[in-house]
Ligand binder design. Sequence first.
Ligand SMILES: Nc1ncnc2c1ncn2[C@@H]1O[C@H](COP(=O)(O)OP(=O)(O)OP(=O)(O)O)[C@@H](O)[C@H]1O
Ligand SMILES: [Mg+2]
Length: 497
Amino acid sequence: MAAMFSSSEISKTASSLLSAYASFAGSMMLVRSMANELIPHQLRSYLYSAFRYFFTPLSPDLTLAIDERCGMSKNQVYEAAEVYLSTRISPKTERLKLSKTRKQKHFTIGLEKGELIVDGFEDVRLTWRFVCTEGQKPHGGEKKHFELSFNKKHKDKVLDFYLPYVLHKAEEIKKQDKVIKLYSRQCPFSCEDDNKKGGSWGSIILEHPATFDTLAMDPALKKMIIDDLEMFLRRKAYYNKVGKAWKRGYLLYGPPGTGKSSLVAAMANYLKFDIYDLGLTSVRSDAELRRTLLSTTNRSILLIEDIDCSSEVLERQMRNKNKKLPDRTGQLTLSGILNCIDGLWSSCGDERIIVFTTNYKDRIDPALLRPGRMDLHINMSYCTTDGFRLLASNYLGISSKHNPSFAEIDSLLNSTEATPAEVAEELMKSDDPNIALQGLVNFLKRKRDEADNETENKATGCGEVGSSVRRLNAIVSRVKRLKTNVDQRKIMMRKRK
Ligand SMILES: Nc1ncnc2c1ncn2[C@@H]1O[C@H](COP(=O)(O)OP(=O)(O)OP(=O)(O)O)[C@@H](O)[C@H]1O
Ligand SMILES: [Mg+2]
């Protein structure tokens, strides 16, 4: 028969249970306070831990606590976990943290306090928990850490394979999401964060759309540059072994509008490197150059455009020499610039690329061209027939198939010097491909005629002499172009060896 209790009996039983518990708790407290008085502190804590050891059931799991910081510096594993876990959100996760700064392209998703994420790696089941606790006074603040739990038997696999995998994945994700910045000195849009890094760099997001796919240049040369960049990225250990700073220098030379700046933007977009655009004329002394360079970050391209104009720098130097100034510490000197390329200063930092550009290679100080100073000299030349095909496909979405204008344009490009910028400008003039191509044909003919007239004016005679000079001119420009190609190929062969 089921036992029946009245409500008064239930409350009587409950209150007697409560008073029994209170007297038990009271006597426990009494015992505890007596123990505190009688047993020394160290022995007490030893007894407590021994007691806990024998009476707590052994857990099959191991938990790793991953703190936000290691002393003063950030904990790389914590940072990687933050990034990695944002891609492992499961439908079971109930609360997430969402943020986005004005400059970020995508939302940043993070875990809220106490949230759990279950991950799998081969046959291992892992649980991540995000924990926030109040920091200790006087500094206070929140202390954040991740707890990673898994079966103890997988300890080696987690430490040797899973965590390195998390680090690697986080790097990949960061690269994909990275906003590329263009730093410039005294940038009017400089944001506070960047100024805090020191120096006087300000930054904006690099919106330049140039990529290797949109660059019109010799396909073999393009491939050589991409291979060179990739090899550079892979070779950290190699640079260490041979005792060289992990940096690479490129000199881009060629007439205006041949794509030097576009190539730098394409490199930055390809590597996801920031660009530091250093105008040498704004640097007053070697010391300032050093300070400025020290405030740049790793994985970046240092760009010094129009290096031939650094003759201004040297002129300044000469002027000071003439004034017989004994103290040279307050000047920017060529040796200061050279030091930044391959002296001791260049070894500060990793994964650095230095790019010089110039319209006039022959005006550059020979010290800058010395073998080994800049690793690759890249000639950005006039538009070739291959380059034109790429621009036609990019700008008009057309190919050479069944298009009679292509043959005419090819032959004009072989006898005229037109830059990719000029060709691109003509192609943009109409949405109708036929009109745009005809516009380009007219433009190239005009250019050719102008060049011919100029040559004729220079030539003393006219008539037959004039036309011979014109033919000669076309041959010279053809030979020049061939020589450039041969030079580039020689460089590639040397590199392959
Ligand atoms: N090789 C190229 N491929 C595709 N587009 C190009 C190329 N060269 C130039 N252009 C077009 O012309 C514009 C100007 O080119 P860019 O500024 O890269 O030339 P540059 O060689 O740096 O000139 P400068 O010597 O005057 O600095 C680019 O924005 C691009 O639209
Ligand atoms: Mg340029």
